[in-house]
Design a protein around this ligand. Structure first.
Ligand SMILES: [Zn+2]
Ligand SMILES: [Zn+2]
Length: 368
């Protein structure tokens, strides 16, 4: 079939929105009709050429939500008509990591996914007869995509799909970092550095976990206002004295849990320093630039602080994303408010520009 898709043809150049060919789903794969797709920093990072593992030509996008249209042979996890959220972090349920409750680092298809191929080593997308590679195993900047069944989370059909899209990446990453990676204890004090979608997700996760104080730090007053709306009890504009201020607010000790959601290694350092002596846990969520390192004074660790991190918030996609969507539907938090702009696929390059200007929380492409 012919589908419209946003294609990365050359690093640093605008994406080309054009008709491409999409083949039928093969064994273990599903054809998904996308209803919505969030525009994430990782798409922009890949398109810029700064990502050392990036490649062209490919169909970008990885924050998708849609409906299963058809399935290939042997598919048992999803069926036509199912509402699904795409998972760049799949869950096969069988590998050494899927069988362990401590992690979501499924190993099943990562090698092929990393080079833009489906698990059988081929692509379903093509342009003028030449293979067109997939991106993060999902390629959701397209009207339709073919996705491995283990990379689809079946969610409630009652959930509006445009607000489901952020669950495919940023929102679940933030919520999961608090609930699954850090396992925030009720009554604790948390600090979240950075209030983009991931940081706001961490604020929401801390609230769901029953934290007593949730301090949000950001350079933008507007984003801090957003953080208050989603559960932050205290906010502060980021400054050089942020760590001292946090210690002052916590009897000189620091916070029980800190979360870093900017990707800036200097801020990561602050997140470690602001964690409480004796048991503070600093969780790294932001993605640092190529070659950058995190400097930690060992004394901070000897005196009881711990540092950890996770990808996709440690969320096991197929088993845990549906439950997060249900908690949103039950009114425990407001996922809809995080979608601050809806655009058509043709406007994807404008969405990248708006992201660089840090406008809004999440722009979502809608397809119907
Ligand atoms: Zn993302
Ligand atoms: Zn697995």
């Amino acid at each position: 079939m012919q589908v419209r898709a946003a294609v990365l043809e050359e690093f640093g150049q605008p994406l080309a929105v054009k008709a491409v060919e999409l083949a039928e789903p093969q064994a273990g794969e599903a054809l998904v009709r996308l209803e919505a797709c969030g525009v994430c920093h990782t798409d922009l990072y890949a398109a810029s050429g700064a990502d050392p593992t990036g490649y062209t030509d490919c169909v970008l996008g990885h924050e998708g939500a849609g409906v299963v249209e058809r399935v290939g042979p042997g598919v048992r996890l999803v069926a036509p008509g199912d509402h699904v959220v795409t998972l760049f972090a799949p869950e096969c349920g069988e590998c050494v990591h899927c069988r362990d409750p401590r992690t979501n680092r499924c190993t099943a298809i990562r090698d092929m996914q990393g080079v833009g191929l489906l698990p059988d080593g081929t692509t379903r997308f093509a342009l003028n007869g030449a293979p067109l590679r997939h991106f993060m195993g999902t390629s959701t900047f397209a009207e339709y995509s073919v996705v491995p069944e283990i990379a689809l989370a079946k969610v409630s059909p009652d959930a509006p799909l445009d607000a489901c899209a952020p669950f495919a990446c940023g929102l679940s990453t933030g919520i999961g970092a608090a609930l699954y990676t850090a396992q925030v204890a009720p009554g604790s004090t948390c600090v979240v550095f950075g209030c983009g979608l991931v940081g706001l997700g961490a604020v929401i996760g801390c609230k769901l976990a029953g934290a007593e104080r949730i301090v949000a730090i950001d350079l933008s007053e507007e984003r801090l206002e957003e953080a208050r709306r989603h559960g932050a009890t205290d906010t502060r504009v980021a400054a050089d004295d942020t760590v001292d201020w946090i210690r002052g607010e916590t009897g000189g000790f620091g916070a029980d849990y800190t979360f870093e959601a900017t990707g800036n290694v200097r801020v990561m350092q602050q997140a470690v320093e602001a964690a409480r002596e004796a048991w503070g846990l600093a969780t790294m969520i932001g993605v640092a630039g190529k070659g950058e390192t995190l400097d930690v004074v060992p004394r901070l660790l000897i005196t009881g602080r711990r540092v950890t991190g996770s990808s996709f918030g440690g969320v096991k996609g197929r088993s845990q994303v549906p439950a997060l969507v249900d908690r949103w539907l039950a009114g425990e938090f407001d996922a809809e408010a995080l979608v601050t702009r809806r655009i058509a696929l043709d406007e994807v390059n404008d969405a990248f520009a708006a992201m660089e200007r840090q406008e809004g929380v999440r722009t979502v492409i809608t397809f119907s």
